[in-house]
Design a protein around this ligand. Structure first.
Ligand code: NAP
Length: 288
């Protein structure tokens, strides 16, 4: 039997309705600033999606677009000014930045209270400590929200996370293993000897690798839940634009899994929705 589709768009729409109620009760309108550097078309599409979401929800947005050759100090100055603006609650630097900029030190300049991406070391540290007062990275938080929305009980389940990046794989593993979620977690990475065997033991597989359709149906235990975080552009001459989006999971996995998140329409919309949720949370806590 084909897997049930874990519909990220529907889950995100549900979350947005709950956010609208919270926004209506905020002392001042939540306000998100997005800094983008350079002309990368994909990054501009992502930023426009975020701004559209803000508009839909009644979150104020400020879009700061800087040229490719901007220097570190100019970006840093923008961040410092935004840190001291009491009417601005969330700051996001669209990744990737051009090579001449040091993304890590710019991220560390953001006030942790306004770090709606959750990438500041203070916020990642709070996640490791199991504290609830930090900002949590949007993509892994979105995966947790989707699993909860679908009524998945993680307690005692075996989860495999493929990928150990600081923005997706590692925080995902921490969230799955955290008290309250209580899964038993294995992290698979590029030096793992036998990724397929690891996955075959899992009740839940979260793939965040960046390798199109790497996870095959014979990697998945029948009835397992599979979350596909991957967003990859692959050549496709049958499409007018010459490419299509592919996840990290082969679509044939739907013949084996019980629940599968699609690409597109799965984790992607949830990532944007969680950014909105983090912005609302930042506004609530900064005015409480
Ligand atoms: P990343 O920083 O490149 O990390 C990829 C991870 O995959 C690394 O930990 C790497 O291991 C591991 N890996 C690479 N090849 C592997 C292999 N053959 N077997 C096992 N593990 C392997 O990427 P990322 O930022 O985490 O993103 C991962 C994917 O998610 C990308 O497709 C990205 O576009 C997508 N993404 C989607 C969203 C969304 O909103 N849906 C958000 C963020 C990212 P090592 O550490 O050993 O190198």
């Amino acid at each position: 039997m084909a897997a049930t589709r874990l519909d990220g768009k529907a889950c995100a729409a549900d979350l947005e309705e709950r956010l609208k109620t919270r926004i209506s009760k905020c002392h001042s309108q939540p306000h998100l600033a997005v800094i983008i550097v350079g002309d990368d078309p994909a990054s501009h599409v992502y930023v426009n999606n975020k701004i559209r979401s803000c508009e839909r929800l009644g979150i104020k947005s400020t879009h700061i677009s800087l040229p490719e050759d901007v220097n570190q100090e100019v970006v840093a100055k923008h961040i410092r000014e935004m840190n001291s603006d009491d009417e601005l609650h969330g700051i996001l630097i669209q990744s990737p930045l051009p090579q001449n900029l040091d993304e890590e030190s710019l991220t560390e300049l953001i006030d942790p209270k306004k770090d709606v991406d959750g990438f500041h070391p203070i916020n990642l540290g709070r996640l490791v400590q199991g504290r609830a007062d930090g900002m949590v990275p949007c993509t892994p938080l979105g995966v947790m929200e989707m699993l909860s929305w679908a009524g998945v009980d993680l307690s005692g389940k075996k989860a495999v996370v493929i990928g150990r990046s600081f923005n997706v794989g590692m925080p995902q593993a921490l969230l799955l293993a955290a008290k309250g979620a209580d899964a038993t977690v294995t992290i698979v990475h590029s030096r793992t000897k036998d990724a397929k065997s690891e996955c075959l033991t899992a009740d839940i597989v979260v793939a965040a690798v960046g390798r199109p359709e790497m996870v095959k149906s014979n990697w998945i235990k029948p009835g397992a839940i599979v979350i596909d975080v991957g967003i990859n552009r692959v050549d496709d001459s049958s499409r007018e634009r010459g490419w299509r989006l592919a996840g990290d999971v082969d679509p044939k996995v739907e013949d084996v899994a019980s629940l599968l998140s699609p690409v597109p329409g799965g984790v992607g919309p949830m990532t944007v929705a969680m950014l909105m949720a983090n912005t609302v949370r930042a506004a609530e806590s900064q005015h409480s």
